[in-house]
Design a protein around this ligand. Structure first.
Ligand SMILES: [Zn+2]
Length: 413
């Protein structure tokens, strides 16, 4: 099926987009529909690349609004982990479907997920028409190295057999929940099978102090010594990384995903040092983290918080500008995360913004998107040439919300 968008606005000029076989066949002023093409009349809507959410726990939409005013460890130990022990595939499927619907609605088309029952998330992503790198969370804090290996293999098995829209990943939870032996094994497995690794790193200052006390080195150096800091590594948070760690991360071509809203909600007490990270050459992406600790999946809204908290922490309004913030949110500052490109032969993933969005009517579009907009400005979301949302309406949303609420109720949430 050929999809043709006509009369969209890109970088100030009127363009059309022809999508064939899931990719952009042509883009430019000369593109117009042929008889029989599925056509979207954009009516002067802005055409922009979609956002990439670099760190999520998608099915945690089920935990939204539950125990959200506690510190990190009591929140995990009392509210999250006991309920997670009861999750089944259908819970995760509907929680992730809800997350996907919210992402489609707010302009995110690719995300990096770490959650239980990863096969159920993969099924949800596929049914929703999105793209994701997915890993089962790996812990051996209360278990053995052998159990962790089994968990990892089971997770990878559950993620096999999907199309290119699902990228299997390894997801050791953190350095304080996974043993040195297991982290080394994960590093070897990642290298052997060329699998990306997602891990929480340097989220709290306590994590850094504990790492120094236990291993005599800071978290990034610890990971590096275990072979786990490479171009395949995606580090979530990085709030407490120091300049030497940033230089090392840049040298190893690893990626850091900052999650400013979740960090502020859990009051981690610091801010990811973005200006220093960029100066060091670190690849950086933006994430929401799970809906249990954000509680939103609207990355376009978090983009404002990202830019503002960077300016505020640096006591310098020039610490980051709108173009840089937008580039981070669309994945353009982190090649590993999978940014979409609006050019021929790239996957046909893009957004059309509401032509009548009042927030976008005056001034520079990028500045408006970063400082004034939220996901509500997204009118149309297209992934692989498939229209997932048109006119701000996600098909089947009511049913998805009802199913997710029912699963949350079953879990006592
Ligand atoms: Zn997380």
């Amino acid at each position: 099926m050929t999809l043709v968008v006509r009369d969209a606005l890109m970088d100030g000029r009127r363009v059309g987009v022809r999508c064939e076989g899931g990719t952009i066949a042509a883009i430019g002023p000369e593109v117009s529909p042929a008889p029989g093409d599925e056509t979207i009349e954009a009516g002067g809507a802005h055409l922009v690349p979609p956002l990439v959410n670099g760190h999520t726990h998608a099915a945690m939409t089920l935990f939204r609004g539950s125990g959200g005013d506690l510190p990190l460890m009591p929140w995990l130990e009392e509210k999250i982990w006991p309920v997670e022990a009861k999750l089944d595939d259908e819970d995760v499927y509907w929680g992730a479907r809800l997350a996907c619907a919210e992402m489609v609605r707010s302009g995110t088309t690719r995300f990096w997920d770490m959650y239980w029952h990863p096969g159920a998330t993969a099924r949800a992503v596929t049914d929703a028409g999105l793209r994701a790198a997915i890993g089962a969370p790996l812990f051996d804090l209360h278990g053995s190295h052998e159990q962790l290996r089994e968990m990892a293999e089971r997770g990878l098995d559950a993620l096999s057999g999907y199309g290119p829209e699902i990228a299997p990943a390894l997801a050791p939870h953190a350095i304080y929940t996974v043993s040195e032996e297991s982290l080394r094994w994960i590093a070897e497995l990642s290298a052997e099978r060329d699998l990306p690794v997602q891990i929480h790193l340097s989220e709290t200052e306590k994590e850094v102090q504990d790492c120094l006390a236990a291993h005599g080195e800071r978290p990034a150096f610890y990971l590096d010594r275990l072979g786990l800091l490479s171009e395949r590594t995606v580090l979530a948070h990085g709030v407490w990384l120091d300049p030497d760690e940033l230089a090392l991360i840049a040298e190893r071509s690893a990626t850091v995903v900052t999650n400013p809203v979740a960090n502020m909600k859990l009051a981690v007490g610091g801010v990811f040092p973005h200006p220093a990270a960029r100066a060091a050459g670190v690849a950086v992406g933006l994430g929401t983290d799970g809906a249990g600790s954000n509680d939103s999946l609207d990355l376009l809204a978090d983009l404002k918080t990202f830019a503002l908290v960077q300016k505020h922490a640096a006591a310098d309004p020039t610490a980051i500008d709108a173009a840089e913030a937008w580039a981070v949110a669309t994945g353009a500052r982190a090649p590993r995360l999978g940014a979409a490109a609006l050019e021929p032969s790239a996957p046909a993933d893009f957004l059309l913004l509401r032509p009548d969005a009042p927030e976008l009517g005056i001034g520079d579009l990028t500045a408006d998107l970063v400082y004034a907009a939220s996901g509500a400005v997204v009118d149309t979301t297209v992934v692989g040439g498939e229209v997932l949302m048109r006119g701000g309406q996600v098909p089947g949303l009511e049913e998805i919300v009802a199913h997710a609420a029912e699963r949350a109720g079953r879990l006592g949430l």
